[in-house]
Write a protein that binds this ligand. Structure first.
Ligand code: NAI
Length: 771
């Protein structure tokens, strides 16, 4: 082409990045990928191929890890862990060395990522690799600070980590950096489509002086992943599809393994009529066409205010026409290849099956490419508006009012991220707290950083990665947990009452004492076998009524911390006034003096009253022209299965922690000592607590736990009851992936901050700020 022609057409010339070095690196390794275990490569096999999706050429043969390989890797990690956990400063130096070496090999990593995944080299070079490096720098800092800033926390031990193919190196960094910083060792399984940058990373670990066994990488597919889930690890950290996340939740239920799940999304991208439209259009390029839309937090659901919809769609289509799609190694390319023909077929099938709305597509080259697509005029309930497509397909609908925008935005089973576009700061900051999402970007999209927690709600999973909040997921309290001593209720065949005025307690639902639906009650005896009274046996219907009462009390979450503190102090005051009576009652129930327990209960109420208006969020210094506000929000409706030993303290502490943060709670009383309920509801009735904020049930834990875990309007379930109850809850929770906090049969000793963390979700709101 002549210079004159170039000036006439103003066409881009291809600017191809060389793949020679990356291919040479693979050739040095015989184009075979083995496992990296105990600081060494294992003999590699060609069990399956990893290919360049843009060309279909085979890049390397990959070894599929077996259960035996996983066991060897876990053993290596186990052996290395105690020494690794010893010195935060040593860990900081190693993490820093990794970051420096990644910088030195940045281009190799970027090209390898593009070859293996098909993403544009511009993205691999400017986003994936720098962000991965930043993660190691940032967490080198956390390793250094752990001893001073987290003195009560210890490493979990060995962490099994399973990552997807959409950001192979970045996800590896998100998983490995915090785990290592906190003194854990890891066994990581990369995705089957994209093992190559993990292999380069293993090489970097050797150069950086990572002690043998601290980082282990086992290659393989879903079966290898399942073997890792089943192995003797202390935690599973998973990023991937919601379906596999659910399987992992079920597989780990009751095992005591910690779990974090970062799953799918269908994140809304809301454009108000006062938005800067050109910026919002440009934002969409990053929201849905970044990485071919294969991004869990992709802004894949466009919601546009009706009055500007036609103009906005026209601008968007014009912008789409300018997108360049093709060879990912070309530095001028916006859209690269889809990761694999299997994924391409899935996207194609989903879009072809849709008959609704209007579809606009630009053309894509032959091969493993999918054209950027816009589908407008879909109804909020349409399949494509609800299901994750995980491709460059944007679906759109319109809304009329801000309230309607919120309603449509939240009409999804996911809750990962959201973008809000408006030039009106009042509107944007009014909407952000109303969105059910772990991350909200204001006038921006897809921003991620090591300093800000990333993660979602609902079926987008639980746990956060990054920032201070991400560290909790890789640590446990220092004090080691002891098994709880189970207590069985006192029994007797003598049904003559100890007190002639035997009582039958009711349930406490929606601020009222209510009879149980089933009409059953159970006798409660004192230690000498005398009948103390009867308690109602709550069933599934009573639990549902309690959930309805919690739903009706949603206003509590909007009340001020100051008000919640006042009410908690007032409950403490009322409880204190009846202290002697309560202590005596505890003695009747348990046979042990209740004086200390009453005192501790009043302290617990004071503690959470104190915290109600002090558990502040954070302002993360993220490297954009802005800040990320990490706001604490109430989790929502929490069901609690109270511990056995201390019926009063074990009921009031979770209650106080939950309601101090604005949650509504349904408590199921201590299994052996349920009769305490009578005293409690009398106190609550005189406490100014709005109806439905606290509900109390008595009944069989195993029956109610299953129902609570599966109930879709319960956002979290806590259990301090027996190990069997923990397992039931974790297993049942897989249905909607609700948050669980269970003791797995050990005596938890949470600090006030542990309680508060369980009672809150962190929402990171990214706000443009300053210059
Ligand atoms: P996937 O969830 O099957 O794979 C993710 C990782 O989990 C891979 O390393 C895989 O080997 C492993 N894995 C698969 N089955 C497993 C099991 N039973 N136990 C343990 N590990 C297992 O995702 P896949 O098949 O690659 O993609 C399917 C769909 O998932 C995509 O179309 C997309 O919708 C979604 N996805 C979402 C991601 C996200 O970040 N939210 C990432 C990747 C995929």
């Amino acid at each position: 082409m002549k210079i004159k022609e170039i000036f006439t057409t103003m066409d881009y010339g291809p600017a191809l990045e060389s793949k020679a070095e990356a291919l040479a690196w693979l050739a040095q390794h015989d184009n075979l990928v083995g496992h990296f275990i105990g600081g060494k490569w294992t003999p590699a096999r060609d069990d399956f191929a990893t290919t360049n999706p843009a060309t279909g050429e085979k890049l390397a043969g990959v070894t599929k890890g077996t259960s035996a390989d996983i066991a060897v890797a876990v053993a290596a990690a186990r052996k290395a862990q105690p020494a690794w956990a010893k010195s935060g400063h040593k860990r900081a130096r190693v993490l820093y060395a990794i970051a420096r070496l990644m910088q030195k090999h940045a281009r190799l990593l970027a090209v390898m990522e593009t070859l293996d995944n098909g993403k544009p080299i511009r993205e691999a070079r400017d986003i994936d690799v720098p962000l991965a490096i930043r993660h190691f720098y940032h967490h080198a800092g956390f390793a250094q600070l752990m001893q001073d800033e987290l003195p009560d926390r210890a490493a979990l031990g060995v962490c099994g980590q399973i990552i997807p193919w959409n950001f192979p190196l970045l996800m590896l960094a998100w998983k490995i950096a915090p785990a290592l910083a906190m003194g854990n060792t890891v066994v990581l399984k990369p995705a089957e489509y994209t093992p190559l940058t993990a292999m380069v990373f293993a090489d970097i670990c050797m150069q950086a002086g990572v002690p043998a066994g601290v980082v282990n990488i086992v290659m393989g597919d879903g079966e290898t992943g399942a073997a890792l889930v089943a192995a003797d690890v202390d935690k599973i950290a998973f990023t991937g599809s919601t379906d596999v996340g659910r399987k992992i939740r079920e597989a780990t239920a009751g095992t005591g393994k910690a779990l974090s799940l970062e799953l799918g999304g269908k994140s809304p991208y809301i454009v108000f009529d006062d938005a800067d439209m050109d910026s919002a259009v440009e934002g969409l390029v990053d929201a849905i066409w970044f990485n071919q839309g294969q991004v869990c937090c992709a802004g894949s659901r466009l919601l546009v205010q009706e009055g500007i919809a036609d103009r906005f769609y026209a601008k968007l289509k014009a912008r789409m026409d300018g997108l360049r799609i093709g060879d990912p190694l070309d530095k001028c390319i916006d859209i690269g290849a889809i990761v694999d023909p299997v994924q391409l077929a899935q996207i194609t099938a989903m879009v072809s099956a849709n008959a609704e709305g209007e579809t606009y597509q630009i053309t894509a080259p032959e091969g493993c490419f999918y054209p950027p697509t816009l589908i407008t005029g879909l109804s909020p309930a349409s399949h494509l508006m609800q299901e994750e497509i995980f491709g460059p397909v944007l679906v759109a609908t319109t809304f009329r009012t801000p309230a309607e925008a919120v309603e449509i935005a939240n009409n999804t089973r996911y809750g990962l991220a959201a973008s809000v576009w408006s030039e009106n700061i009042n509107l944007a900051l009014d909407i952000a707290p109303k969105l059910v999402a772990g991350i909200v970007w204001i006038n921006g999209t897809n921003m991620m950083d090591a300093a800000a927690g990333f993660g979602g709600l609902r079926e987008s999973g639980f746990g956060r990665e990054g920032g201070w909040e991400g560290l909790a997921g890789y640590t446990r309290p220092k004090a080691s947990a002891k098994p709880i001593k189970r207590i069985t209720a006192f029994a007797s065949s003598d049904s003559s009452p100890a007190d002639p005025l035997d009582r039958t307690t009711k349930l406490y639902i929606g601020g009222k004492q209510t009879r149980p639906d089933g009409g059953y009650s159970r006798a409660v005896f004192n230690p000498r076998g005398k009948l103390l009274g009867h308690v109602s046996e709550a069933n599934r219907k009573d639990l549902r009524n309690a959930v309805e009462a919690m739903n009706a009390a949603k206003g509590w979450s909007k009340s001020t911390g100051h008000l919640r503190a006042q009410i908690l102090y007032y409950i403490a005051e009322n409880l204190s006034a009846r202290g002697d009576e309560l202590a005596k009652r505890l003695k009747d129930l348990t046979g042990k003096s209740g004086t200390a327990e009453v005192e501790q209960t009043i302290r617990a109420l004071f503690t959470f009253a104190a915290w109600a208006d002090k558990y502040d969020g954070k302002v993360h210094g993220v490297p954009i022209r802005g800040v990320a506000l990490a706001m604490h929000e109430a989790v929502g409706n929490i069901a609690v299965f109270c511990g056995e030993a201390t019926p009063l303290l074990g009921l009031v502490t979770p209650m106080a922690a939950a309601i101090s943060m604005g949650n509504r709670v349904t408590l199921v009383t201590s299994a052996p000592f349920p009769l305490i309920v009578a005293e409690i509801y009398q106190i609550l009735e005189t406490s100014d607590l709005p109806a439905g904020v606290v509900n109390i049930l008595t009944g069989d834990h195993s029956d109610l736990a299953g129902h609570a875990a599966k109930h879709h309007d319960i956002d979290a379930v806590w259990s301090f009851s027996g190990a069997d109850i923990s397992a039931t809850i974790e297993k049942g929770s897989a249905s909607n992936l609700k948050r669980t906090w269970v003791n797995n049969g050990t005596a938890l000793t949470p600090t006030a901050r542990d309680w508060l963390a369980a009672a809150t979700e962190v929402k990171n709101i990214w706000i443009p700020y300053g210059e």
